[in-house]
Design a protein around this ligand. Structure first.
Ligand code: ARG
Length: 668
């Protein structure tokens, strides 16, 4: 009664859980009795044994039906997209454990199949299991194991059939109706993330340029990658704290303030016109290197700043503000949301943190410095310099403590270039050594990335050999995007507003996508020509493909309300090969997100988006969505289930763009 009812209240789920729980207990008790009856001394057992076996089988059968009911109930209740791969892993995991109870940790490998003729997914566990059994002295053919796995498959809602291929691969064919139902679910409920067991807090430390210095391409990478990670976590329902760990507390402020005092003596009352902070920085650095008196004063300024003398704080704030405004221009272009919490924020906490390390006996003195060695590393952290000042290490230790204990983060991610990998290894090892966190419970990770290279494969520089200013780079992107749009004569079709919107979408979308679509671990070559090419895996191609899909319904005069209604009433047919391929591709979205969540490699999402766009093209080329009269061009037939497939593709593509921080436009 509970299974067949349409209601999906919490109560019915609870009741199902109870029934399952008691049935499983009953089965366990019966199995124990069966075991005792197997004892050869128990002569009158055979009749009772038979009886129990039969009872047991009945119970197992009922249990399977209940489990399946529960699964269906879960799918219906959550409205979330189902991760098909994960569900297959549950089903095959159960079968594998039942097939080989003698293996403690049998390998579970389920993956989507690239070639359709081999089925939709594949389970490759049998081969590895045979190896494990061999190590235990049991020689069993992997095909035989595959056979056993199949025999033990629990009753489930998604597998149509299985077959064994080659040395012991299990090809899995999904039920068409099941896939079609998932697509309808997506169309009706929208792209909903899988439910989270508990709300987790994530801190993403990204962008993090240095005050008074130019934000460089490395910071651009961090900004783009970090923003996208935040969007992914936010979509999945995490509580995300986006932090800009700007370098705002170094010794460089001594010379900057000293120079400020000389150049703009009335800086306390009249805001100094330092628009070019770069030049200002260079001037003060030159004096610091050349003038002994100035150097001395610079050091005094640092001390007075760190003891928070109001006039020095004021000067420091003035300088920070100029930088802040510069950074903000970049963030506005790229649509970046971030909270500034620079090194200075942790100033007071640093003293406490150093004390904790000292109290616990981790600090050693080394030529006036205070250093901390961590297990497994020969390089120490420097927590206090010989002049008593704190370092990058100290502020990061304080920040880590703050994020763990005050922010109560479950996940902390640092997005910087891989050059800082060692710094973070030391930091994390220190945090664990002092007992601040357990890596099994709290995920603290450095998401490092490679350097940006120019097209000559050398360090990214301007023609004259200077470092590229980010704002200049973004402006060049805008110019190039406009050239491209004009080359395609889009200026003749679009209104001026539409054209500007398309220009920004293409320029910034391409810059972001070029970065995100490459494995972040590798160095990457920055090339406007490549990123603006509208063929291949580029934002230009994808944005164009997306507007085209969106226009299909519009050109057929089908409005959103009609599509919405159709989603509820029209079955999504998947009889054509290309429909089937597209349907499955659309539904792999949750599986892809899970992968990105695990390894924080966003290029997987880009690869998927590109695959989805090309799979769509294949479908669109061979399946008519709308049939038109050849003479009049009038629409004579709309194949609504195919319009729904277009719509589902667009929904997923839009969500991918959203996570990647790319803004698609209606007309391009
Ligand atoms: N400001 C540093 C830099 O420009 C990056 C800071 C990264 N975050 C951190 N918590 N260390 O290299």
């Amino acid at each position: 009664c509970y299974i067949s009812s349409d209601c999906c209240s919490k109560d019915s789920l609870n009741v199902l859980f109870y029934i399952l729980f008691f049935q499983e207990r009953e089965i366990q008790t019966l199995s124990a009795e069966v075991e005792s009856l197997k004892n050869p001394q128990n002569l009158n057992a055979s009749a009772r044994l038979e009886e129990l076996r039969e009872e047991n089988n009945k119970l197992k059968y009922r249990l399977n039906i209940l489990k399946r009911g529960l699964q269906e109930e879960k799918t219906n209740c959550s409205h979330a997209m189902l991760n098909i791969n994960q569900r297959l892993q549950e089903v095959f995991g159960e079968a594998i454990r039942a097939a080989c109870p003698e293996l403690d940790n049998p390998p579970l490998v389920v993956a989507p199949n690239q070639q359709a003729k081999f089925g939709d997914y594949q389970c490759n566990s049998a081969m590895a299991m045979a190896q494990m059994l061999k190590a235990k002295g049991m020689k069993i053919n992997p095909r035989e194991i595959a056979e056993k796995i199949i025999q033990n498959l629990p009753d489930n809602e998604l597998v149509q059939k299985t077959e064994i291929a080659g040395p012991g691969f299990i090809n899995i064919h999904l039920k068409r109706q099941f896939v079609s139902k998932l697509l309808s679910n997506l169309l009706v409920n929208g792209v909903k993330p899988p439910p989270l067991a508990s709300k987790k807090k994530v801190v993403v430390d990204f962008s993090s340029p240095n005050i008074a210095k130019e934000m460089h391409v490395g910071h651009l990478r961090s900004t783009i990658i970090g923003e996208s990670m935040c969007r992914l976590f936010e979509f999945l329902g995490y509580d995300v704290l986006r932090l800009n760990h700007v370098g705002d507390w170094g010794t460089q402020f001594g010379m900057l303030i000293a120079h400020l005092q000389d150049k703009f003596p009335n800086y306390l009352t009249v805001s100094p016109p330092i628009s070019d902070l770069q030049a200002f920085y260079k001037e003060s650095k030159k004096r610091f290197d050349e003038e002994e008196d100035f150097k001395k004063r610079a050091y005094q300024c640092v001390v007075r700043l760190q003891s928070k003398e109001p006039d020095f704080i004021k000067g420091w704030n003035l300088i920070c503000d100029v930088s802040r405004q510069e950074f903000q221009k970049i963030y506005d272009c790229l649509d970046i949301t971030i909270i500034e919490r620079g090194e200075s924020y942790y100033q007071d906490m640093m003293t406490k943190v150093v004390k904790e390390f000292e109290d616990k006996g981790f600090v050693q003195l080394d030529e006036g410095r205070k250093i901390v060695f961590v297990p497994g590393h020969s390089v120490p952290l420097t927590v206090v310099k010989s002049d008593g000042g704190y370092t990058y290490d100290t502020s990061d230790l304080a920040a880590l403590h703050n994020r763990l204990f005050d922010e109560k983060a479950d996940i902390i991610i640092y997005v910087t270039d891989s050059g800082q990998a060692m710094h973070f290894q030391l930091l994390y090892a220190a945090g664990q050594m002092i007992g601040w966190y357990n890596p099994q419970v709290t995920r603290v990770e450095h998401a490092g990335f490679g350097v940006v290279l120019g097209e000559d494969k050398k360090k990214f520089k301007t023609r004259s050999g200077d470092t590229v200013r980010l704002m200049d780079l973004l402006e060049e992107g805008l110019k190039r995007a406009m050239d491209k749009l004009k080359e395609k004569e889009r200026d003749k079709v679009l209104t001026p507003e539409e054209l500007t919107k398309a220009q920004r979408s293409v320029a910034f979308g391409c810059i972001k996508y070029a970065d995100l679509s490459h494995n972040r671990i590798n160095d990457y070559v920055f090339s406007f020509d490549k990123m603006l090419d509208d063929r291949g895996n580029t934002a230009a191609y994808l944005l164009y493909a997306f507007t085209r899909i969106r226009s299909i319904a519009r050109l057929a005069n089908i409005d959103e309300a009609t599509l919405k209604k159709a989603a509820e009433t029209t079955e999504v047919l998947l009889d054509h090969d290309k429909e089937w391929k597209l349907g499955k591709c659309i539904l792999r979205f949750p599986e892809i997100l899970q992968k990105v969540l695990d390894d924080l490699l966003l290029h997987t999402l880009c690869d998927y988006l590109y695959e989805l766009a090309t799979t769509f093209t294949e479908f669109y080329d061979s399946c008519y969505c709308i049939e038109k009269d050849r003479q009049t061009g009038e629409v004579v037939k709309v194949n609504m289930w195919r319009m729904l497939l277009c719509d589902a593709t667009a929904l997923i593509m839009a969500k991918c763009f959203d996570i990647l921080g790319i803004n698609p436009v209606d007309r391009m």
